[in-house]
Design a protein around this ligand. Structure first.
Ligand code: FAD
Length: 116
């Protein structure tokens, strides 16, 4: 599991990585500067070449080719990333996540207060 002192398997690596990526979306500006936009785009592209699960990285790169990352605002990027994560969910037979709720999951906490 995630708290064992052993090298991570694909699942543990994935959970930690999605946490990082969605958290980057959650703290990304609502109105990013041109340089913030180009930093995020560079990060996503480099990430897709360095992600240490090579089959995952290959599929993620081909997704990037089909769906250009939207870095114009926090909500644009959060929704794009949610779509990318749903693509992996589909491939693995996991349920689709409702992207209209990505900020509740990763930024504000759920409306019903269950994160308070
Ligand atoms: P995860 O999919 O890790 O999700 C963590 C949490 O995120 C969920 O509990 C849920 O609360 C939330 N969440 C779920 N979907 C969304 C969404 N669409 N938007 C926002 N939040 C969401 N594994 C493979 O076996 N093969 C692969 O090819 C593969 N490719 C991957 C590519 C990338 C770029 C990454 C980061 C991971 C990849 N993984 C792959 C790992 C896989 O996606 C999961 O992380 C892993 O299977 C653990 O799944 P999990 O059920 O714990 O939840």
């Amino acid at each position: 599991g995630p708290s064992s002192n052993c090298p991570p398997d694909v699942e543990t690596l994935g959970r930690g990585t999605w946490t990082l990526l969605h958290s980057i979306a959650a703290t990304y500006p609502e109105a990013p500067s041109k340089s913030q936009q180009s930093d995020l785009l560079s990060f996503v592209k480099l990430f897709s070449r360095l992600y240490p699960c090579w089959v995952c990285a290959e599929d993620f790169q081909s997704y990037l080719g089909r769906e250009v990352p939207r870095v114009q605002s926090r909500d644009e990027f959060g929704n794009w990333l949610c779509g990318a994560h749903n693509e992996v969910n589909r491939k693995l037979g996991k349920p689709q996540f409702d992207c209209s709720r990505w900020q509740e999951r990763w930024r504000t906490g759920w409306r019903d207060g269950r994160c308070d």
